[in-house]
Write a protein that binds this ligand. Sequence first.
Ligand SMILES: *Cc1c(COP(=O)(O)O)cnc(C)c1O
Length: 459
Amino acid sequence: MNYVSTRNSSKIFKFEDVFIKGLADDGGLFVPKSLNKYSQKNLLEFKNLEYKELAKKIIHPFIGDFMSENDLSKIIEKSYSVFRKKNVVDLVKIGDRSVLELFHGPTLAFKDVAMQLLGNFYEYYLNSENEKINIVVATSGDTGAAAIDAIKGKDNVNIFVLHPNNRISPVQRKLMTTGKEKNVFNIAVEGSFDDCQNLVKAMFTDKTFAKEIKMSGVNSINWARIIAQSVYYFYSYFLIEDNNEPINFSVPTGNFGDVYAGYLAKKIGLPINKFVVATNQNDILHRAISNGAYNVENVLETISPSMDIQIASNFERLIFDLNNHNDKKTIEVMKGIKENGKYEIKKESLDKINVDFLSSKMDEIEVLNTIKTVYKKFDKVLDPHSAIGYGAFDKVNLKGNNIVLATAHPCKFPGAIEKAINIKSKLPDELLFILNEKENYDIIDNDLDKIKHHIKERI
Ligand SMILES: *Cc1c(COP(=O)(O)O)cnc(C)c1O
């Protein structure tokens, strides 16, 4: 498959470049130059496959020039053997909707599903290339842990993780900072997640620096993550498929990565009806999708910190699609967002967006109330992010089979759970030990030069 950048649709890249670079040199995001659609017959062949088999089928066309089907097969087996469920994910019924539990991996959030695979892609790549690279990644709490778990102890690769100091839950932090491997470095930045993300972007766009340290990225803009995440849309769709009933997904959203993966599944032929883009009080995507107002505001701290974002990086991929892959127009829009913090979506584009996407927003009280109601009625504990996804279906009117993506295990956010229902949500036994382990991280100002210096000293 050939790839282009959203800011230059004529230069062609192969999957290997797309994966290793993460972000294109021109600041754009990588997307396939064109996509083939599965036929009804193809979809039928996928219907009864186990998760891992399905993953091979879906992922291989995207990476075919990078590794053989046989190598991919081995990597998928290895990556998903660390999950607590044989089929990686679990679909459970809670009330009138289905909940797709994506948090059965090593760090208890959906990001493990993509990241375990990426970790093994790196290993494969580095074995064949004989080079040493440095991964630098910003996290709102979950990406970092998932990336560290996937990379720790691997040869020829270091990982530097930037998280916003004091703005992630202690369990999230401990999952990142208690490891002992020498190739893992945690940095707590005095700033927000958007600040961390901007620092990483700035390091990538500084080509001298990026080259010098052989920098690579695993943020949710990395196309490999998007592909890996599309798989569970297929898997859950087939589990629930019931002839003529439309199927909708509600996706708790921050960076627009996970929901874009669903949209990709739809673009390659999975007949999903609608996606509900479910946001917390940081509702830039809700304002964009309901009113056309993509206006950047200040980030508010919430009990769903993994969605405390005002700049939804992956949205650029949708902007590129809406402009019929016109790179000049995409550059213009992105420049406007950068300079004025604004993008007013024209009615014609908004109508196009609303064919696939609806949106909703929840304030803090509503999130706590949703956790409480679900617990009282169904005896199930949702984490705050998943609760936002669950409650979203009460805010939009969609008929059919509704699937909620449950993105994290409630024990990652014990403060919120205790506040909502006054119970302590325990970590799975095999992770209890992290609570007493020594933590290791450096607190650094929100200052590009200081952070670059810190990284260079350690490689
Ligand atoms: C990262 C994350 C999200 C948001 O995912 P995006 O791909 O950034 O939209 C939602 N919930 C949890 C628990 C997360 O870790």
